[in-house]
Design a protein. Structure first.
Length: 337
């Protein structure tokens, strides 16, 4: 096996610098880090992380809990996590929880048994079992998109979902819409609460009602969009604008609306949330909110590693920017044509 001395010769640095770069990459300059990592790749060097973990008590691994690996938005976050972790000398262990508590408990327990040094949660639930709650009190953990529910407060990286909800509502109100429907995802999450509150605040300011029966759905899926459209179109006064709280829901909504013979946006406008790649290629292309998912993943790793190293956090909430992308799925209300 290629040893560390060969890497140091290729990089033109000392073996101590190679070791420092691999174990604590933030302690060397970016230029040195690039030289060493290039030499590691060229030499085919594989550090003995197992031996290192025995000496240091660290695994150099991060576990990431994902409620749904099929969701393309989560995959963009994971790309950012993978990149940032690699740059810091960590490997990433993905736990596909499928929203099941027992799976979360099993994967989260890896941090308690030193098989991982920290945890990133992409869902809103507290991932440890009841019997492990006390042990998990000081576990390095950060959430992305969601806030972990419960009395314990962990750092999180998120969008200003309230402001984004307001931006979508303003966009549709400006087109003259007064009859709205919302198709939601998980109602226990802070995302749902904040996005809906933002939407309601704008409608209240404009004197536009949004009764509870026009807020449907409880899962982030294409099927939720289909079922939500079926429910909303059955009302005597169906909405002329649909606010879907993620793009998967919007994809299902567009499918069902077209199936029922409605024209988008001539008969009804549709908006999504997340800007997954396929949203720009729907017929018509979807108006949506773009979240910087890749950057959110990278930032989560930075925050987590500061926790692992017991470094102070300057703030517990990282708010990322968003952009409203107006495409062809939204337009003037039918009455204003």
């Amino acid at each position: 096996m290629t040893n560390i001395k060969k890497v140091s010769e290729l990089a033109g640095v000392s073996t101590a610098t190679v070791s420092r770069t691999l174990k604590n990459p933030d302690l060397v300059t970016e230029h040195t880090r690039e030289k060493v990592m290039k030499a590691v790749k060229a030499a085919g060097y594989r550090p003995n992380w197992m031996a290192t973990s025995v000496k240091t008590g660290k695994s150099n691994s991060l576990v990431v809990l994902v409620p749904n690996l099929v969701n393309p938005f989560f995959m963009r976050i994971i790309e950012g996590i993978e990149q940032a972790a690699q740059e810091q000398g960590y490997s990433v262990l993905l736990g596909d929880t499928q929203g099941k508590a027992e799976r979360e408990h099993e994967y989260a327990g890896m941090v308690l048994s030193n098989r991982a040094d920290g945890l990133i949660q992409l869902d809103h639930t507290f991932p440890f079992s009841e019997q492990d709650t006390a042990l998990a009190q000081n576990v390095p953990m950060v959430s992305v998109c969601e806030r972990i529910e419960g009395s314990r407060k962990y750092p999180y990286v998120e969008l200003d979902n309230y402001a984004a909800g307001r931006a979508l509502a303003h966009h549709l109100v400006a087109y003259g819409h007064t009859q709205f429907g919302v198709i939601a995802g998980q109602r226990a999450s802070q995302i749902y609460t904040d996005r809906l509150a933002g939407i309601r605040s704008v409608l209240a300011e404009e004197g536009i009602p949004l009764s509870d029966e026009y807020v449907v759905g409880d899962h982030y899926s294409i099927e939720t969009g289909i079922e939500g459209v079926q429910q909303l179109l059955a009302y005597d006064q169906p909405p002329t604008a649909l606010l879907c709280l993620n793009d998967d829901i919007a994809i299902g909504a567009v499918f069902e609306l077209k199936k029922q013979g409605l024209r988008i946006p001539t008969d009804i406008s549709v908006t999504g949330f997340d800007n997954v790649r396929v949203s720009a290629y729907l017929d018509p292309p979807l108006t949506t909110v773009d979240q910087p998912a890749y950057e959110m993943g990278k930032r989560a790793v930075e925050v987590l590693i500061r926790q692992i190293r017991r470094e102070p956090l300057h703030r517990s909430r990282e708010i990322m920017p968003f952009q409203l992308l107006e495409r062809q799925s939204s337009g003037p209300a039918p009455s204003s044509l």
